[in-house]
Design a protein around this ligand. Sequence first.
Ligand SMILES: Cc1cc2nc3c(=O)[nH]c(=O)nc-3n(C[C@H](O)[C@H](O)[C@H](O)COP(=O)(O)OP(=O)(O)OC[C@H]3O[C@@H](n4cnc5c(N)ncnc54)[C@H](O)[C@@H]3O)c2cc1C
Length: 580
Amino acid sequence: MSVGWLRACALVMLGLFSVSALAKDKTAIVIGGGLSGLTAAYELQNKGWQVTLLEAKPSLGGRSGMATSEWIGNDKTQPVLNKYVSTFKLSTAPAPEFVRTPSYLIDGEYFSAADLATKQPATADALKRFEKTQDDLARSIDDPQNPLATSTLQTLDQINVSNWLDKQNLPATARQLINQQIRTRYDEPSRLSLLYYAQQSRVYRGTSDRDLRASRLVGGSTVLAQAFVKQLKTIKTNSPVSSITQDKDGVTVKVGSVGYQADYVVLAVPLRALNKIQMIPSLDAQHMGAIKGTNYGWRDQIMLKFKTPVWEPKARMSGEIFSNTGLGMLWIEPALKGGANVVINLSGDNARVMQAFGDKQMVDQVLIRLHAFYPQARGSFTGYEIRRYSTDPSMGGAYLAFGPGQISKYWRLWERPIQRVAFAGEHTDTLYPGTLEGALRTGQRAASQVEDLAAGKSFEPAKVVPAAAAGAVAAKKGNFFSNLFGGSDDDKKAEPVKAPAPYTPPAPDPAPVVAPAPVEAPKPATPVKAEPAKKAPAKKPAAKTDTKKAPAKAPVKKTEPAKKPAAKPAATPATETKAQ
Ligand SMILES: Cc1cc2nc3c(=O)[nH]c(=O)nc-3n(C[C@H](O)[C@H](O)[C@H](O)COP(=O)(O)OP(=O)(O)OC[C@H]3O[C@@H](n4cnc5c(N)ncnc54)[C@H](O)[C@@H]3O)c2cc1C
C-alpha cells in the first residue's frame, strides 16, 4: 500500500472522526451545585453532553444536610432518591422502630405519642381530631398537580392556615404543637396558603410514618452530593454567576469578568439567588413577580454539642420532637467519642425573630432555653455548628412554601424552559417542593428538557384544568367546606379573600434571664468536596479568554420547534416528609 494511499485513508478517518465528535459536542452549563443541579449535570453528562457546573460557594451540596441522621423514605415514598442511593451503592441504616412516630417536648417534659395518649389525653385527642380535619382538607383535592381545579379550591389559596386553625378551637397545647409541626415542615401558619397546605397534605395522604422514616444515609445527605460530585468531569466552585445572555446561537454565562458559552443552561438556584442574576433578555413580569414574591419557609439549624447527653435517655434517637416552647423541632444526633449532639430546628417566625442576632447570640438563646429544661446543659456544652438558610443570600429561606394567593399566580411557572434555559431546584417541583426527592426530580426533568430543546421541541405553558363550578365541589365535600368556612350551610359563600398577614413577631418564648453560656468559635459545616482536580470547562469563555476552557462550540441547529405540552405527568403521588 502506498504512503499516499495510507495518508488519504488517515485523512478520511480523521475527517469522519472529527465530524462525529462535532456532532456529539452538545454543551450545557448547570448553575448551582445543590442536589438538583448535580442531578441535572450528571444526567446530561450520562447522555453525552459536555457539562460545566458552576457553583457560587467553595463546596457543593447546597442545602442538603448538616446532620448525619436525617431520615429518608423508602422507595415507595422517595423513588428517585432511592434509585440514586442504589446506583451509587450508598450505605443506609434502617430506622429503629421508635423514631418512626413523632414525639413531643411539652414544657420541657418528653412524651412519646403513646405517653401523650395516657398522660395528656385532651391534647392527644385534639391532635387526633386535627388529623381528621387535615385529612378532610386533603381529600378536597382530587389531583395534587391541579390544585386550582375549582373555584372553591381557588378560594382556599386566599386563606392562610392560621385562620383555618383558629376555627378549630384547639386546646392551647395542641395548637402550639400543631403550629410547630406546620412551621417546621412549611412555614409559619399565618404565612402559608391553605391551598398549599391542602395540596401537600393530599400528596402525603395515607403515607405511613414507617415509610417516611425508613432509614438514613450513613454519613447524612452530604454523601449523596459527594457521590454525584465524583461522577462529574467539570465543576467550578467559587463561581457565582452574575448574568445569563441568550441569543439564537447559544447562551453566555458570566462569572465576574469570565464568560462561558454553551448551547443550553440549567438554572438550579433558589429564587432569591436567581434575583441576583441578570437575565438578558430579561424575564417577564410574572417571572419577576414570582422571584420577588414567592414565600420561602424559614428554618435555621443549630447543632449543639455536649460532653454527655443532658436529656432523658428515652428521648435518644427520636425522629422528630416537636416542642411547644422556644425550641422548635429537635432531634438527637449520634455523636462520636461519647459526646451527644442535639439538632435544633428553629422555623417560621421563631427563626425570623432571631434574624437580628449573630450566630453566637442565637446559640446562646437556644442554650438558655434548653438549660431551663435540662440544668446540666450549660456545664456539658462543648460547641456548636449552625446553618442559617434564611439569611444566606444564596438561599434566602429554607425552601418554597407558597403564601396566600401565590399558587393562583405562580403554579408550575418554573417547569417551563425559557428559550435555552431550563429551571431546576426544589422550588420547581409540583409534588415534593422542599425535599431532597423534589430537588432530584427537577434535576432529571430539567436534563430531559434540555435534550428535548436540543431535539427542537418547544414548551407551552402548563395547562390548568378549567375551573369547575364551585357548587359541584361544595356539594361533593359539603361538610368539609361548610366547616372550613365556619357555617353549616353547604351553599354558604366562602370567607372573603384576605391578604397575607403582615409579619408580627410571635409572643416571646421563655424569657432569656440567665447570662449566656460561653460558646466556642463556630466550626464550618463539613464541606462536601473542594473543587475537583480534573476540570475542563465546557466552552470557550466569552470575555477574558482562558484557553484551557475553550473547546470549540458546535453550531446550534436552528429548528422549528414542535409543540409539546410542558408538564410531564408526575409519578403516582409518593410521600415524603421533612424529617429533619
Ligand atoms: C433546614 C432544612 C431542613 C431540610 N430537611 C429536609 C429533610 O429532612 N428531608 C428532605 O427531603 N429535604 C429536606 N430539606 C430540603 C432539601 O435540603 C432541599 O430541598 C434540597 O437540598 C434543595 O436542593 P436544590 O438543588 O434545589 O437547592 P440548593 O441545595 O439550595 O442548591 C442551589 C445551589 O446554587 C448555588 N448558587 C446560588 N446562587 C448561585 C449563583 N449565582 N451562581 C452559582 N451558584 C449559585 C447555591 O450556593 C447552592 O449550592 C431541608 C432543607 C432545609 C433548609
